[in-house]
Write a protein that binds this ligand. Structure first.
Ligand SMILES: CC(C)(COP(=O)(O)OP(=O)(O)OC[C@H]1O[C@@H](n2cnc3c(N)ncnc32)[C@H](O)[C@@H]1OP(=O)(O)O)[C@@H](O)C(=O)NCCC(=O)NCCS
Length: 201
């Protein structure tokens, strides 16, 4: 049986929090702080705190639900995008090795790219890690494994696109030995930095 979905709202002296939880899993959360409003009095003023909670409550719940809604929408988009794709194209889960069944900690999409003119005959690789699992080399290791499988399957060229200021994502591309091809506006209606997997350079 699926555990019920619970929306929790909590207030402390100077924070208003909303969290969406299923079982023991926190699906989304948002926190609003009123610390700046108290700072000028040198401590928490209960009357200020109660008003701040009232003002922050609905926006905090909206933000938490929007995050969960966005996540569900993104998963659905990826699911739709995967339909009809032949392996190894699709959405790969990053699952750390260990005893028993481990929950996924990230994803490696390997998906066909399309631009304004339609399918581009190119494949996009990406990487996303849960914040608790960053800084351990997991994205690089997982993407390298998926790129190797793609190369074995004769898939190429493979590109990665990052936001211009996404330094950590650009570092993953660099660690994978991908070539920085500079800024492009070809994809998704966005200005992005494009990298190319060198196996097909
Ligand atoms: C982009 C993203 C996946 C990068 O995560 P990351 O943890 O920095 O990447 P990796 O898993 O490759 O880990 C590399 C880090 O682990 C460290 N590391 C530790 N052990 C390592 C190992 N065995 N091998 C490689 N790196 C290792 C590296 O030094 C590096 O840390 P540093 O940046 O402080 O030098 C992550 O920031 C993320 O999920 N962001 C949100 C989603 C996103 O923006 N995705 C990209 C969309 S374009």
């Amino acid at each position: 049986m699926t555990a019920p979905l619970v929306l929790g709202i909590e207030t402390s002296c100077d924070e208003t929090g909303a969290g969406l939880v299923r079982g023991h899993e926190l699906l989304a959360d948002a926190i609003a702080s009123s610390v700046e409003q108290h700072a000028r009095f040198g401590g928490v003023v209960p009357e200020v705190a109660s008003r701040a909670h009232l003002e922050a409550m609905v926006p905090a719940v909206d933000r938490a639900l929007a995050t969960a809604g966005e996540a569900r929408e993104r998963l659905q988009r990826w699911h739709d995008h995967e339909q009809g794709l032949e392996s190894p194209r699709g959405l790969w889960a990053i699952v750390p090795l260990g005893s028993g069944v481990q929950p996924p900690v990230g994803t490696i999409p390997l998906l066909p790219l399309a631009d304004a003119d339609g399918p581009a005959g190119l494949t996009e690789v990406g990487w996303h890690l849960h914040p608790d699992h960053q800084g351990r080399g997991l994205a690089t290791e997982a993407a390298a494994a998926v790129l190797a499988v793609a190369a074995e399957a004769g898939i190429g060229p493979v590109l990665a696109m990052t936001d211009l200021d996404n330094i950590r994502s650009q570092a993953v591309a660099a660690r994978l030995g991908m070539r920085d091809e500079g800024i492009t506006q070809r994809w998704f209606g966005l200005t992005m930095r494009q990298f190319r997997y060198l196996a097909d350079a």
